[in-house]
Structure formats: C-alpha cells, structure tokens
Design a binder for this molecule. Structure first.
Ligand SMILES: [Zn+2]
Length: 84
C-alpha cells in the first residue's frame, strides 16, 4: 500500500492521481481509499489534468531541491570568503 499514487475510482473512465488526503490532483475526486499504484505516469488511461498537475509538482520539487543545493553552495562560498 502506497501513501499516494494512481487509483481507479468506481464510475471513473480514467485513473486519477490521489495524494495522502485521498483527493485527486485534478480536484474532481475526493475521499478515495482504494488501491493505488506508483509509476506508469504516462499511461493513456490516466486523467490528463492529474498528469499535468503531477508533472508540475515534480518540476517544482526538482527546482526546490536545486535551490536548496544552491543555497548550501553559496553558504560554503561565504565561509571560504570569510576564512581567507
Ligand atoms: Zn484526475
């Protein structure tokens, strides 16, 4: 069982991406507590809105990680400058 992932709600023609609070990223579905799976992000069965929202989220996470790494780098630079 995963905390979040793609799920297939009853009455839905598409798989939606559900997060920990049981809501789909596209906002059309809530309180989903069925089976979820990770991966298969590009499946044609996936809801397009959920797919886009997931891509945006991943891009945001990646840029945040880069920002954090950049911050560490500039702090180190400051430290080196202070030393010399
Ligand atoms: Zn969706």
């Amino acid at each position: 069982m995963v905390a979040e992932g793609w799920g297939f709600p009853l009455r839905s023609q598409k798989a939606h991406y559900f997060t920990e609070d049981g809501r789909s990223l596209c906002g059309k579905w809530g309180f989903y507590r069925g089976d979820m799976e990770q991966g298969n992000d590009d499946s044609p069965d996936n809801c397009t809105a959920c797919k886009k929202a997931l891509q945006r989220r991943k891009a945001k996470e990646a840029s945040e990680k880069l920002k954090q790494e950049g911050k560490i780098k500039s702090d180190t630079l400051k430290f080196i400058e202070a030393e010399s």
